[in-house]
Design a binder for this molecule. Structure first.
Ligand code: FA5
Length: 347
């Protein structure tokens, strides 16, 4: 029988046996028999060099064709077998060789990242970071901060009141409109020297636009000690701005009024989007106001039994979302809470 005839017979035999094979073991035995090192096909391929050129070409091509055909049939048989196994095992089937499903890795919200970074800057300047309640008494949010009932300053912070039946007394409850109530809570319990920052959520019943939302974060900061002056306030805030925004960003202080400080100021930072030339974000002013501040009012100190003749202090309340807006040039505050992952994944 010529070599070509042997190849033809080998093919018939091999494919016939493969069709009969039913389990993984049988298939593996078939593979060794027909495609292994000691297979008849391999013998033929190895012996090619002893043949004359014409015959070598013909037999070589035939043997290689057969090899490719057997390999293809083997792979089809294996796939069919594995499909059959999965089907017969039903839902119980677990293919441990499959690659695992990769779980999406979460990350901190950009506002949380900024709160951590800001707190660290103040902590490194000697401040202690604390948190306070979001549901607050009128007393801490207004009254003790020198904002009695009917005071016009209450109108600047449209309040969300909590409908709460108190036990007979007149103690209205609200969602805090700023983090300043923590000044009172801390000073009630601790004596100076005090250096504290308080990040947290605050709520206002107001219309939404590119720089205003009804729930936002503030960070309160205050320092009470002997001989604290306005220079300490400015120095602290300049240092914060330098560390957070870099040395080149311009900072502006202007007079402002808050009943719980005297004198009061507001601080603004040069707009990141237009670099001061005016745009939608900064209402064409070139500046974005980020905080209110001032020297703690003597009446506030008296209320918590700290002698204003001996001690003085500064306080500031910064809007947190505006800080990453200024750093990254984000032109709409609502993006932070729109739950759009394409936006959030950038941080
Ligand atoms: C206050 O809330 C004062 N408690 C700040 C303060 C603290 C003054 C200590 C003096 C001493 P004001 O209402 O201006 O102030 O808010 C402070 C900052 O919160 C603003 O500068 C702004 O950055 C941010 N802010 C105010 N309203 C909104 C809002 N609706 N959406 C987002 N950020 C806001």
């Amino acid at each position: 029988m010529s070599l070509l005839e042997q190849i033809g017979k080998l093919k018939e035999e091999a494919l016939g046996e493969l069709a009969e094979a039913s389990g993984a073991k049988e298939i593996e035995a078939w593979r060794i028999r027909y495609l292994g090192k000691k297979s008849r096909l391999n013998d033929i391929l190895r012996g090619l060099s002893n043949l004359l050129l014409d015959e070598r070409k013909e037999v070589g091509a035939g043997a290689n064709r057969l090899k490719a055909e057997l390999e293809k049939s083997l792979s089809q048989k294996e796939q069919a077998l594995s499909r059959k196994q999965i089907e017969s095992a039903g839902e119980e089937y677990l293919d441990v060789s499959l690659p695992g499903r990769s779980l999406p890795v979460g990350r901190l919200h950009p506002v949380t990242q900024v709160i951590d970074e800001m707190s660290q800057i103040f902590i490194s300047m000697g401040f202690q970071a604390l948190e306070g309640p979001e549901v607050e008494w009128d007393y801490y949010n207004f009254e003790a901060l020198n904002i009695p009932k009917e005071h016009p300053a209450r109108d600047t912070m449209a309040t969300l009141w909590v409908d709460y039946e108190t036990d007979g007394g007149d103690r209205p409850m609200l969602l805090r409109t700023h983090t300043s109530p923590m000044q009172i809570r801390v000073m009630e319990k601790a004596q100076p020297p005090l250096r504290v920052v308080v990040p947290g959520k605050v709520y206002r019943y107001e219309a939404t636009d590119a720089t205003h939302i009804p729930m936002f974060f503030q960070i309160e900061g205050f320092a009470i000690d002997k001989n604290i002056t306005m220079a300490d306030l400015k120095g602290t805030l300049y240092e914060f701005s330098r560390r957070f925004f870099g040395r080149d960003r311009k900072v502006r202080f202007r007079c402002d009024y808050f009943p719980f400080v005297e004198p009061g100021v507001e601080m603004a930072i040069e707009c990141a989007v237009c670099k001061g030339s005016g745009c939608r974000l900064c209402s064409n002013s070139g500046w974005i106001e980020i905080l209110g501040a001032g020297m703690v009012h003597p009446k506030v100190l008296e209320r918590v039994n700290i002698d204003p003749e001996v001690y003085s202090g500064f306080a500031f309340g910064m809007g947190i979302e505006r800080i990453p807006m200024l750093r990254y040039g984000i032109d709409d505050i609502r993006l932070f809470y729109g739950s759009d992952l394409r936006f959030l994944r950038q941080f």
